[in-house]
Design a protein around this ligand. Structure first.
Ligand SMILES: Cc1cc2nc3c(=O)[nH]c(=O)nc-3n(C[C@H](O)[C@H](O)[C@H](O)COP(=O)(O)OP(=O)(O)OC[C@H]3O[C@@H](n4cnc5c(N)ncnc54)[C@H](O)[C@@H]3O)c2cc1C
Length: 408
């Protein structure tokens, strides 16, 4: 029977523990916090968006070929049947997002705990691993913060990334793995807010708007997302902004000039835009420009569009010239927010970058450098879109690594 030591009691570590125990291993799970799975309770706004029914490798950033192999080895049906075997019922909502049927993230943690109870898994909380040393006779010695050591034949490093360190994932995984020869690609906060430069941000704070957000790098469009944008006093937030944030962070890291342009009327097809504006200007011909967006945009957002287009609020709509009309069109369908940075790891949901996937076998998550070592979840250089993809990757890698680590 293999002795498997799992470092980290988060999504991938808990899954690896159940998977290894089911495959016949004796498992010890170390969690530095006082409880396992604390982050899970906060996921999906307390509802835990655990996977996505429309999952595909294209929903991930990083080494897509690696992701494809992981997802082939642990596809959606395997993850769903794993949770079903633990007693979890799920429901699928819009855009394929899968949640526990009860609507509570705690249900996911409860069934994982249930999967561990009564098996060959010992959970030790308040136990922080500080180093992993392969021993000459085979196996590993793992030292803990309190000065004690644990021995195991196999080690699964499931310590997460650097995002949301208040849940325990403070980048410890990289410090554990780099002395063993593993390399870490540049790390960026992802699924987070963007800091922007725009004179109207203070007045726009708190406003929400349905918009199409396009990310530009050095003037070229690189990615587009649609949904509800939230204006904050430092920049932009909301679902489409989160989706763009990892790429924005990488581009800024490479010294590129990054900007988000918001199309504030995404429901209008491009060919209808000019006509829409002319009809609007005709209908409001005798009124000041400040009235132009009444019934269309939030008042303060409308004021900001006029200011960006350099149109005086008291100018008569019917008197606006061609230059002003073009500026209004340009701003309404592409209001520019130069991006100065992304919010830090404290506000981010995931880490972009991590342990190089070249150094890990995708079907087992075994280290190619250190026999007997496995690396799962967010520690790896893979990050997914918002929508259940990051947790799916954590479950998938946990399932595969646990099973492989249990093999003689
Ligand atoms: C607020 C929030 C909401 C999110 N919502 C969603 C969502 O709805 N859907 C989705 O797909 N993704 C979501 N995510 C992302 C998702 O939670 C993570 O990608 C996923 O949990 C990563 O799993 P992991 O096992 O790699 O790491 P983690 O879940 O971070 O677990 C790592 C564990 O290791 C422990 N640990 C760290 N260092 C040590 C050490 N040295 N010794 C012992 N233990 C250690 C930590 O305490 C932690 O418990 C969300 C993230 C956040 C922060």
């Amino acid at each position: 029977m293999q002795n498997v030591l799992i470092l980290g009691g988060g999504a991938s570590g808990l899954t690896a523990a159940v998977s290894a125990a089911r495959a016949g291993a004796r498992v010890t799970l170390l969690e530095r916090g006082e409880r396992v799975g604390r982050k899970l309770l906060a996921t999906g706004n307390g509802r835990c968006n655990l996977t996505n029914a429309r999952l595909s490798p294209a929903d991930y950033h990083g080494d897509i070929a690696f992701v494809r192999e992981v997802l082939a080895a642990a596809p959606l049906r395997d993850v769903l049947s794993f949770f079903s075997s633990l007693g979890l019922m799920t429901r699928t909502e819009e855009e394929g997002r899968v949640y526990p049927r009860s609507g509570q993230a705690s249900a996911v943690l409860d069934v994982l705990r249930r999967g561990i109870a009564g098996t060959n898994v010992t959970v030790r909380t308040g136990a922080r691993a500080v180093s992993i040393s392969p021993s000459r006779k085979g196996g590993f010695s793992v030292s803990l913060e309190d000065g004690s050591y644990l021995r195991a034949e196999r080690v699964v490093c499931a310590c997460g990334g650097k995002a949301a360190p208040h849940f325990g994932s403070d980048g410890a995984a990289y410090a554990l793995l780099t002395p063993l020869g593993h390399t870490v690609t540049p790390l960026y906060p992802a699924l987070t807010q963007l800091r922007c430069r725009h004179r109207a941000l203070r007045s726009l704070k708190g406003i929400r708007a349905q918009a199409e957000a396009t990310l530009y790098a050095d003037g070229a469009a690189v990615s587009l997302e649609e949904g509800e944008v939230l204006f904050t006093d430092y920049g932009l937030s909301g679902y489409p902004i989160f989706q763009l944030s990892g790429l924005a962070a990488r581009l800024i890291g490479k010294g590129r000039a990054v900007c988000v342009r918001l199309n504030l009327l995404p429901e209008l097809p491009p060919e209808a835009r000019a006509l829409f504006l002319s009809a609007r200007l005709d209908a409001f011909a005798e009124e000041p420009a400040s009235a132009l967006w009444t019934g269309v945009l939030h008042r303060r957002l409308g004021e900001a569009v006029l200011a960006d287009a350099d149109v005086a609020p008291d100018a008569r709509c019917g008197a606006l010239g061609e230059k002003e009309r073009r500026a209004l069109l340009h701003t309404l369908f592409g209001m520019a927010f130069p991006v100065t940075g992304v919010q830090g790891f404290d506000s981010a949901q995931v880490t972009a970058g991590g342990i190089s996937t070249d150094e890990v076998e995708p079907a087992t998550l075994a280290s190619r450098l250190v026999p007997g070592l496995y690396i799962t979840g967010e520690t790896l250089d893979v990050d997914g879109r918002c929508g259940g993809f990051n947790l799916h990757f954590a479950w998938a890698t946990g399932l595969l690594a646990g099973r492989a680590a249990a093999q003689p």
